[in-house]
Design a protein around this ligand. Structure first.
Ligand code: GLA
Length: 741
């Protein structure tokens, strides 16, 4: 059992393979306090560590004497307004208008396995893979029962936390104004933070900073996890790097508004909070009802940032993604968006499919523009019927023709949206999120459907279902191209308007849950204007997510490094783009575009009928490269060797097989170097005692060259190899295959 309770010391000890988390119930008061999180400990006797001894301010006892402050107490779930002036996790407005909350210990349960969370995505685990502690606390003033859940995984160094609030009904309806999902306290070290920042076409760039005093946070109030900031926070000891030092990572399994905050207090303690953003959140919890807050994953690594990433990857591959495609090589797709934009018809798509099928591409994805009268992005969202002026013969005819070529067919939809110029909006103007009497603001010339309404959810699902059943559609790209504004729902009462953001997110989850239940064989790729909803919540419904609209391989180095900080390579939608690239105008070698896309799901987004003959001839070799290396890329351990983000010159990552018999090293030389012949690369993650043979992949032949070197794992890792290459010219890439002999 990974969780134990020690009666004498009133300590809970949660163990994962290499980490320990401890909680103490303190004083007769029943404070639930944080004791320890870090490397695995053999017993629970660490009382001395605990700032609990400093006696927090307890009004009934010490009347706030000179040196007792609640600000010194490391609370597991801090309430509001009773003397702890750091940011709290939980506040309310009760029937009398009071906001204070207290969270005191009442009882606990330890069970095997892991419960789900109603209506929300969450990690899952069998009885022999995980143990769960439920601490039941009470808030006497407001008549609430608060369950704090902690699930400790037995196979990965991760803990999943969530919170359930139950209204016992003592004081009627209580408005929840803040229900965060986790609070973790740190003390005694100097820390750095890692946040992920971005914008459209530049998602998840890594931003590392020293943590000074005060509150430092990222958040979203956009109704989705967003391009701009990410529901992740890394807390690192100052000396931590890729391979050394203490690193804690927190990631929110949710796709709506969030806050992720680190606060360094006057006494040098650090409080890390994560949960639903309290801005514009107000939930009416009636007597007898429960509110379940989404889950936070925390990962501890004693060996630097790289190990944190590998732990997240393992956890998500095994305990979050449900799709049957999770463990499968995905079909190589070709998407027509940047090939044609809105300018296509049946003949054009068939001509792309004909050429693509000859080259070994396996799936044609028809992107935006096939429905209503959509010729640009200014109309028809919501009118999910085929535009037969473009698709002569209809959808089934097109799909059948593509299938006859031996290819699968996929389709793009944006189910959460409604265009003002659509039949749907003309019939149901009140279905858009809006404040009655105020013209809502547009973004990309569209409004957001009010998915807090069951009638809208049911109608939308019916539309998706009808399309998917009308032909042999085997893949769906689910897009979401604008963020929420003008918060108002025609169906919610005036008291309940503060529930809109969260209810919207629950509506999206309900739709996607129905989709995966009814179409278990459908391969789904979530997307939001590129990668604005690349979060663990969406991975629960789709095994892959479109990473960014920017496919330029140099830009992608940063985007994919930031994304792979948390998410497995198998989840990152990545395509070989057209050239010059449509976002940056940059010209890059075809091979380099392929190597960068190989670190994701791999596909094409260009017009194969129009690219140069030379590049077209390169595709079958690239297809073979994907088939050869994808099983390793999808399942292996990811190591970062060099970062273009940091050194501004070159990038290198490595994927090592779990049994350490094989590795694939990708090197991208972004900026050429004059008079430079070789680069020292120290490989990572190999078995020091195994002997490996090293071969470069030759893109011209599509085969590997003759053995270049044979060496023991320890030499390859500690002495390194001299990577001899062509350092003239920009954006050159190479693949090195390392195989045990
Ligand atoms: C978003 C997506 C793109 C494409 C367009 C279509 O921007 O990220 O890949 O599907 O929408 O409008």
């Amino acid at each position: 059992m990974g969780i134990a309770y020690f009666e004498d010391s009133r300590v809970f000890k949660l163990d994962t393979p290499n980490s320990t988390y401890m909680i103490k119930i303190a004083d007769e008061e029943g404070f639930i306090l944080h004791l320890y999180y870090g490397r695995k400990l053999s017993d629970e006797k660490v009382d001395d560590l605990c700032r609990i001894n400093q006696h927090p301010f307890v009004p009934s006892k010490n009347e706030r004497d000179r040196c007792s402050f609640m600000d010194t107490a490391p609370f597991e779930y801090p309430g509001h307004g009773l003397g702890d002036y750091r940011d709290d996790a939980f506040s309310v407005l009760n029937g009398d208008g009071y906001s204070a909350t207290s969270v005191l210990f009442k009882d606990y349960k330890i069970t095997k396995g892991k419960p789900g969370i109603k209506g929300l995505p969450a990690t899952f685990a069998g009885e022999d893979e995980c143990d769960t502690l439920e601490i039941i606390a009470y808030d006497k003033v407001n008549g609430l029962e608060i369950s704090l859940f902690y699930s400790a995984f037995r196979d990965v160094d991760a803990i999943a936390r969530s919170v359930k609030i139950h209204n016992t009904g003592k004081y009627g309806c209580v408005k929840l104004t803040k229900v965060l999902s986790s609070c973790t306290e740190f003390y005694g070290d100097e820390y750095d933070t890692i946040f992920l920042h971005g914008t459209w076409a530049r998602e998840r760039n890594i931003d590392r900073e020293h943590l000074g005093y005060g509150k430092h946070y990222v958040s979203s109030v956009r109704g989705e996890s967003s391009h701009q900031e990410h529901p992740f926070i890394g807390l690192l000891s100052r000396n931590a790097d890729e391979d050394h030092g203490d690193v804690y990572g927190f990631n929110f399994v949710y796709s709506g508004n969030f806050i992720a905050q680190a606060e360094k207090s006057q006494f040098d303690s650090v409080r890390v909070l994560m949960g639903i953003n309290p801005v514009d959140f107000c939930w009416n919890l009636k007597s007898g009802e429960d509110f379940e807050a989404p889950e936070v994953i925390s990962v501890y690594s004693a060996n630097g940032i790289g190990e944190m990433s590998r732990t997240f990857h393992d956890l998500y591959r095994k305990h979050l993604i449900r799709s049957k495609y999770r463990d499968m090589k995905r079909p190589i797709l070709i998407n027509n968006w940047e090939a044609t934009y809105f300018n296509f018809n049946t003949e054009k798509l068939i001509s792309i499919a004909k050429e693509a099928s000859k080259l070994g591409i396996e799936l044609l994805v028809m992107d935006d523009g096939w429905f209503g009268h959509r010729e640009s992005d200014n109309s028809s969202l919501g009118d999910w019927y085929v535009n037969e002026e473009k698709l002569h013969g209809g959808l089934k005819y097109l799909v059948d023709e593509v299938n006859k070529l031996g290819m699968k067919f996929g389709i793009w939809m944006e189910p959460e949206m409604i265009s003002p110029d659509s039949e749907l909006f003309r019939a149901h103007p009140d279905w858009a999120v809006q404040i009655p009497g105020v013209k809502p603001s547009m973004s990309r010339e569209q409004y957001v459907l009010d998915l807090t309404r069951q009638d809208v959810i049911d109608y939308t699902f019916g539309q998706i279902e009808k399309i998917l059943k009308s032909a042999n559609i085997e893949y769906l790209k689910w897009d979401m191209n604008r963020q929420l504004t003008d918060l108002g729902s025609a169906m919610l009462s005036k008291e309940a308007q503060g529930e809109l953001f969260h209810r919207y997110c629950l509506g999206v989850y309900e739709l996607q849950e129905r989709l995966v239940t009814e179409f278990p064989d459908l391969l789904i790729e979530n997307c939001s204007g590129g990668g604005a909803r690349f979060d663990p919540g969406m991975l629960y419904y789709s095994p892959q997510i479109w990473t960014s609209d920017d496919m330029d391989p140099v830009e992608r180095l940063k985007i994919q490094q930031g994304t792979a900080l948390i998410y497995p390579l198998s989840t990152m939608g990545a395509h070989v783009c057209d050239c010059p690239n449509h976002s940056t105008g940059r010209t890059t070698p075809f091979y380099t575009r392929g190597y960068v896309a190989l670190a994701g799901t791999f596909g094409y987004e260009l017009d194969v009928t129009r690219i140069s003959e030379e590049d077209r001839k390169r595709i079958p070799g690239q297809v073979a490269m994907y088939h050869k290396y994808n099983p390793l890329v999808r399942t292996g351990d990811y190591y970062r060797v060099a970062s273009y983000n940091d050194n501004k010159e070159w990038d290198c990552w490595e994927v090592v097989a779990k049994d350490k018999t094989e590795a694939l090293v990708t090197i991208i030389n972004v900026v050429g170097r004059v008079n430079h012949k070789a680069r020292l690369i120290k490989l990572k993650g190999l078995d020091p005692h195994k002997t490996y043979s090293l071969r470069y992949y030759n893109p011209e032949t599509g085969e590997e060259d003759d053995e270049y070197l044979k060496a023991k794992g320890d030499s390859l890792m500690y002495a390194g190899i001299n990577m001899v290459g062509d350092y003239h010219g920009d954006c050159k890439g190479r693949l090195l295959h390392v195989l045990e002999v």
